[in-house]
Ligand binder design. Sequence first.
Ligand code: NDP
Ligand code: GDR
Length: 361
Amino acid sequence: MDKVALITGVTGQDGAYLAELLLSKGYEVHGIKRRTSLLNTDRIDHLYQDPHEQDIRFKLHHGDLTDSSSLIRIIQQVQPDEIYNLAAQSHVAVSFEEPEYTANSDALGALRILEAIRILGLEKKTRFYQASTSELYGLVQEMPQKETTPFYPRSPYAVAKLYAYWMTVNYREAYGMYACNGILFNHESPLRGETFVTRKITRALARIKLGLQDCLYLGNLNARRDWGHARDYVEMQWLMLQQDKPEDFVIATGVQYSVRDFVDAAARELHLPIRWEGEGVEEKGMNAQGKCIVAVDPRYFRPTEVETLLGDPTKAKTKLGWEPKTSFQELVAEMVCEDMEAAERDELVKRHGYRALNHHE
Ligand code: NDP
Ligand code: GDR
C-alpha cells in the first residue's frame, strides 16, 4: 500500500515543494487549504488533477488551523501515515500586528492537530512533523545555533512557535507519538511570498532594472540570516519522518549573509551595480547613474529584531546524511531569473497594452 500524507499549508512555499516531492515518491497526498475570496492555489496548480479522473493522487480539503472540527474531520477521513504541519501565519513583522491570531494558528493550531491524532486513536499510526523555526533562537545565546542552543524568542510569531515546539516534544514523550520538530533556518525560492525580504529584493530589483519601479524600500539592512533553498529543505522534512525514532533537527546551510549582501548579490545578477552611501536610516544604494534605487524606511523595522542567525546542521549531516545542494549564489540567481521573467511580462503589457496578450483581436 502506498503511504498517505497530509500537508497543512499546502498552498504555501514549502507546501508546494513538499507535495511535489511526496508525489514523486509515490505517496497519495492530501492538502488542507483555507477558503479565500480569490484563488490561492497558484503554487500547486501544476499538481492539480481533475477530480473526475480515476486514481487521483493529490486531493485538497477545505480546513483551517483555527477550526478543530475541520481538522478532526479531515484527519479521520484521510487516515494519514504522515502529517506535515506547515500552515502558519508565517510573517514575523505581521505577528506584531496580529499577535492573538498568530498564537491561535501557530501555537494552538499545532496542538489541535496533535489532539486530533489522539482523539482519533492514531497515535501509533500517524507520524507528525512540526515546522519549527530558527526564530526560536531570537536573541542568540550561542554561535552557531544547534539543537541544544537555548531559545530566546523575540516576536509573537516566535513565542507561538515555541509553544508548538514544546507541545510536539510533550506529545512524543507523553503518548509515545512519532512527533518531531524541524528547526529550519530561512529558506527561499522563486515561490517565496513577495513580502519576505529576499523575494521583495529580487522582485523589486528586476522591476527597477526594467523601469517599472523607482526605488526599493527596506528595513534593517544589517540583519544576518542563514539562507537556503526550500527545495533542499523539504527533502529533510520527509527524511525526519522516515527514521526509527523521532528526533528534532536543525536544518541550515552553516553560512550567513546580511540583507545588504543579498541586495548586492541580486544586483550583480542583474548587472545593476549598487554603490552604498550614508549610514543608518540615511543609508542609500545608488545605481551607476547616481540615482537612489535602495533606501531605508523605518516602517519596516521591528519592535524587537533578530539581528543574527547562523545554523549548525552537523546533526542532520551525520545522522541523516543530509546536505544542502544549492549555494547562496545559485539561490539568488534562480530567484532573480524568475522575477526577471515576470517583470518582462509586465513590461510587455505596459508597453503594448493588453493587445499584445490578446492575439485574437
Ligand atoms: P508560507 O507563508 O508560504 O505558507 C504558509 C501556509 O499556511 C499557506 O499555505 C497559508 O495559506 C497557510 N495558512 C496560514 N494560516 C492558516 C490557517 N489559519 N489555517 C490553515 N492554513 C493556514 O510559509 P512557508 O511555506 O515559507 O513556511 C512553511 C512553514 O514553515 C510555516 O509554518 C513557517 O512558519 C515555517 N518556517 C518557514 C521558514 C522559511 O524560511 N520559509 C523557516 C522556518 C519555519 P494561504 O496560502 O491561504 O495563505
Ligand atoms: P524572517 O524573514 O523574519 O527571518 O522570517 P524576513 O525575510 O521577513 O526578514 C529577514 C530579515 O530581513 C530584515 N528586513 C526585512 N524583512 C522584510 N520582510 N521586509 C523588509 O523590507 C526588510 N528589510 C529588512 C528583517 O528585519 C529580518 O531581520 C522568516 C519567515 O519565513 C518565518 O516564518 C521563519 O520562521 C523564519 O524566516 C526562519
